[in-house]
Design a protein around this ligand. Structure first.
Ligand code: AP5
Length: 213
């Protein structure tokens, strides 16, 4: 199964992708996580991507596409979280999959408003070591500032400051939202009300994958 998780920043794509990938044995490919890792290790890609990410802008398509080509598995199923984000990326993905006789099964749209996005991202805490994600109100760690999983320090992502969050939302509206029609025309799109709780969204997601609508 090949799934694409589409939606604004903070709509819960990563949270649900982590759960679903474990449950279904799918690889979770998050372009945001891959880029943050490259930035941390100061690789040539990381050095090029850093400024775009800090400003809340999209990293150029050419960089993202070579990254995806490197990591995309040909044997197993996977969830793409945060990719594609432009029409050019979506077309390139279609071509890449076609070459291997594959296609996307479903595109899940995580639908939330700008105010929900700001509330979620301004309260998000991320483990500086293992990347586990928490929320100050909705999913707090057992011990303040410490990751439950690995004991690492919890930090606020550089791009989770209100000004950058609002910029990322605008970038989403301008450059990524057109993908909704792109996938609707291909009969792949399933829209979820992602303002519900994590458990409720999970339930709707499982139903949508089973039913296909
Ligand atoms: P990326 O890391 O992909 O960021 P994003 O799409 O902005 O998404 P987030 O990770 O911020 O949010 P999410 O939807 O995964 O929400 P989460 O589950 O964490 O990209 C970062 C940057 O990298 C981009 O700005 C760009 O520069 C670059 N980039 C990445 N991919 C690219 C591409 N393809 N092309 C070009 N550039 C690219 O949840 C958020 C918070 O809410 C958490 O605290 C969580 O605990 C909480 N939460 C989750 N669900 C719920 C719920 N149902 N109820 C209450 N709280 C919830």
């Amino acid at each position: 199964m090949i799934l694409v998780f589409l939606g604004p920043p903070g709509s819960g794509k990563g949270t649900q992708a982590k759960n679903l990938s474990k449950e279904f044995g799918l690889l979770h490919i998050s372009t945001g996580d891959l880029l943050r890792d490259a930035v941390k290790r100061a690789t040539p890609l990381g050095l090029k991507a850093k400024e775009y990410m800090e400003r809340g802008e999209l990293v150029p398509d050419s960089l993202i596409l070579s990254l995806i080509e490197e990591v995309m598995p040909l044997e197993s199923g996977f969830i793409l979280d945060g990719f594609p984000r432009t029409i050019a990326q979506a077309i390139a993905l279609e071509d890449m999959l076609k070459k291997h006789g594959k296609e996307i099964d479903k595109v899940i749209l995580f639908d939330v408003s700008e105010e929900v996005v700001v509330d979620r991202l301004s309260g998000r805490l991320t483990c500086s070591q293992c990347g586990e994600v928490y929320h100050k109100k909705y999913n707090p760690p057992k011990q303040e500032g410490i990751c439950d999983v690995c004991g690492g320090k919890l930090i606020q992502r550089e791009d989770d400051k209100e000004e950058v969050i609002r910029k990322r939302f605008r970038v989403y509206q301008e450059q990524t939202r057109p993908l909704i029609d792109f996938y609707r025309e291909r009969d792949k799109l399933i829209s979820l009300n992602a303002t519900l709780s994590v458990e409720e969204v999970k339930e709707k997601l499982l139903e949508a994958i089973k039913d296909g609508n």
